[in-house]
Design a protein around this ligand. Sequence first.
Ligand SMILES: [Zn+2]
Length: 349
Amino acid sequence: MHELEKQISDLEGRALRAIEAVALTDPEGLEKVEATRLAFIGQKGELTTILRALNSLDKTDRPRVGQLANIVKQKVEGALKEKHTALYEQGLSSRLAGDAIDVTLPGSRIASGHIHPLTQLIEEINTIFFSMGFSVAEGPEVETDYYNFDALNTPANHPARDEQDTFYTNIGQSVLLRSQTSNVQIRVMEKHKPPLRIISPGRVYRNEEINARKYPLFHQVEGLLIDRDVTFGQLKGTLEAFIRALFKKPLQIRFRPDFFPFTEPSAELDSQCPFCSGKGCRTCGNRGWLELLGCGMVDPNVLKGVGIDPEEFSGFAFGMGLERLAMLKYDINDIRHFYTNDLRFLEQF
Ligand SMILES: [Zn+2]
């Protein structure tokens, strides 16, 4: 027997014993099996080293020794594979045992999501106006000063255009974050011929300091109706119906003259306080009335600007701050609650 044959047989014995020695319960069993493979039959393993010496053998010995080496390699590989499978299955079954389900445990409660109170209010307002034949229109939040100011009859020197009130972008002096949703009215009137009935809820931005009442981001809902022979009486009737539906009780309303660039005449609408029915309470500051929204008849200049003949058509517009309305309706004392994503707040709705 050749010296190399002895070495190979010896290697076979040691490799098989090493594999045998790995216990199925050993948590590092798989690593040990791999280490054994590398040590004996890996690219830098013992058997490879032995086989390098084959070339120096006599031609008559070489085939016999080579064959033996192959047989040993296959045996060791087989034993490794068997041990690997056994270890894997052992590990799997013990993990399954650990994961066994205890059917007597109480079930875990699945927390249900909530629709944000502002979204709820927008949906409620939309539904009320849908019933009066309005549809929703939306427009861009990044806007040009033409749609945000010029087309709405806002003079070039109007303080609202000031950087202290409006966020301008660095895209250009005329590109800004819209400070009102009225831009949508202009875009709709440019594209569609009257009669028109739209409401446009959406985000607006103003350069405000943050406090309990003010936030640089808030929502508006604006409405626009354009038709033939529209009167202030129709505006009053529409808003009366809206407030009645929103607070689910008949409430008196009153108008106070006001000024907005894109309506003439313009008015501020007060509603009888829905919480005390006008008697006076904390919410209305004992006045019995709440300021709810601004409104008016669309200025003929605005109609002309979008190519609608003010001799033929007239209309009204109104707009309200959604956060203020939500704060009144849900008795919330700080506007920041809407944006802090505190679950304790949101789960109440
Ligand atoms: Zn009140």
